[in-house]
Design a protein around this ligand. Structure first.
Ligand code: ABU
Length: 497
């Protein structure tokens, strides 16, 4: 059938093709130059700091009745880049995501150029199949037999953990879907005191209640204590409550600890509990023959959260929820909307996968990750993981030898390195009665200095009664040992009295 002839490409409410083509080309040029190449250059700053008051004055945020000119819009593009943090910069080591992968970026831009919504095959044929292929491959790597099971891409690790609670609860009692919480005993789930806050948040959101998340103690490396877990399960049972799930963590947010999944799987089997592994952060280590031992036992999990936007550096955001079981996701979440998921379509409607999700419209986060995977191969991801672990080990071993640095966690398991920088005036002063209070004030001060200079970004926190310590996170394999030395020297420079 001939296509309807068109003289010009059509843009949203835009009559003048050439005018807009020029604008688009110009903007893409600016993005490439200023956000991508300059934004990742060691010669440029990570950020240009301004307080909220200053930024409100500097940046034209105001929305007006009349539209802006292309010239003004071009300036806004430049200003947006100028005042944003360059998270692809090598010295943005602040968060569990960083770096700018060129293939990931093209995948992200291609996604946005096509603007799909992945609920039905008819609207997203390529992305629907791509999701199935990538999720199956990830399940295979987790160790689920034959890559079987189920999975979804979802908006962030917190939501993935929420899906785990929802599926575990449905497994405990499928009536939850229709009758709700009425008639259920008090459900209790278990996670470690170092687990991500989303477990509590999602338990509240799902009506379980944060008080019914029993926090299990961790050892000095930050790993969940198995004997204490058993004690807590017994406590819940003795209270007449109904334990239904353990949420283990593979790569805790601050310390990067890996819970002993194998032993936890034994406990879950003994008590008939759903085992979820939040490997949002540490899941990437599964790609490496050298480091996948950290997640030993994960193939026995009922479900897994794994975020490729973290250790594998896919662009934000790219989160997956994987299950060993088939069918549950759909059983618990489907609503069979007749206007969207018609069963009498002319094609195989098993590929209308959207009803497994709690979202309706959904961004195609798969393409950027699939494209990276195509470009590098599984082997490329393995080399990447080995390199970032090597960087982290090198950084940790080097600061152990340097005056002024002290490890908050002696032997990091993942690529987070937690440490204090102690300025000269506080060295050998541990016996001072106010040593902890004074040390507590050091990290915020150094952070202020680095942000105001814009030279690097490293986060800090207080945890487990310890004074504020830095957590530097390595996940860019674009960094090498000379960068490690540079970062260490920056702490020494910024950490003066
Ligand atoms: N799951 C969010 C982790 C936040 C962070 O970078 O620490």
């Amino acid at each position: 059938t001939p296509l309807k002839p068109k003289k010009k490409a059509t843009y949203q409410s835009i009559p003048d093709k050439h005018h807009h083509e020029e604008f688009l080309r110009n903007c893409v040029e600016i993005l490439l130059k200023e956000a991508v190449f300059q934004g990742t250059s060691r010669n440029k700053r990570v950020l240009e700091w301004h307080s909220p008051d200053e930024l409100l004055r500097l940046f034209d945020f105001k929305l007006n009745r009349n539209g802006a000119t292309h010239e003004e819009l071009t300036q806004l593009v430049k200003d947006t880049i100028r005042y944003s943090v360059k998270t692809g910069h090598p010295y943005f080591v602040n968060q569990l995501f960083s770096s700018l992968d060129p293939y990931g970026l093209i995948g992200q831009w291609l996604t946005d150029a096509l603007n799909p919504s992945v609920y039905t095959y008819e609207v997203s044929p390529v992305f629907t199949l791509m999701e199935e292929i990538v999720l199956r491959e990830m399940r295979q790597i987790v160790g689920f037999e034959g890559g079987r099971g189920d999975g979804i891409f979802c908006p962030g690790g917190s939501l993935a953990n929420g899906y785990a609670i929802s599926c575990a609860r449905y497994k405990f009692n499928p009536e939850i879907k229709s009758v709700g919480l009425h008639g259920l005993p008090r459900l209790v789930l278990f996670t470690s005191e170092d687990a991500h806050y989303s477990v509590k948040k999602m338990a509240s959101f799902l009506g379980i209640g944060s008080n019914n998340v029993y926090l299990v103690r961790t050892d000095k490396l930050g790993r969940m204590s198995v004997p204490h877990l058993v004690e807590e399960i017994e406590r819940a049972l003795s209270e007449g409550a109904a334990p239904f799930m353990v949420s283990a963590t593979a790569g805790t947010t601050v310390l990067g600890a890996f819970d002993p999944v194998k032993e936890l799987a034994d406990v879950c089997e003994r008590y008939g509990l759903w085992l979820h592994v939040d490997a949002a952060w540490g899941g990437g280590a599964l790609m490496s023959k050298r480091y996948r031992y950290l997640l030993d036992g994960i193939s026995r999990a009922d479900s897994v959260t794994w975020n490729p936007h973290k250790l594998l550096t896919a662009p934000q955001q790219c989160s997956t929820f994987l299950l060993r079981h088939e069918g549950i996701l759909s059983e618990v979440h489907s609503a069979n909307a007749a206007y969207l998921f018609q069963k009498d379509k002319f094609y195989d409607t098993r590929f209308d996968t959207g009803d497994k999700h709690i979202q309706c419209g959904r961004r195609a986060d798969v393409l950027k990750f699939w494209f990276m995977w195509k470009a590098k191969g599984t082997q490329g991801f393995e080399q990447h993981i080995d390199k970032v672990f090597d960087n982290a080990r090198y950084f940790a071993n080097t600061i152990k030898q340097r005056p002024g640095f002290r490890m908050a966690l002696e032997e990091p398991e993942c690529t987070n390195v937690c440490f204090w920088y102690i300025p000269p005036s506080l060295r050998n002063a541990d016996s001072l009665p106010d040593f902890h209070e004074r040390l507590h004030r050091v990290a915020p001060k150094i952070k202020e200095r680095m942000m105001k200079e814009g030279c690097m970004m490293v986060t800090y926190q207080a945890q487990k009664g310890l004074p504020n310590f830095f957590r530097i996170v390595f996940q860019s394999s674009g960094l090498d040992r000379s960068d490690m030395v540079h970062l260490i020297e920056e702490f020494e420079r910024l950490g003066h009295d």
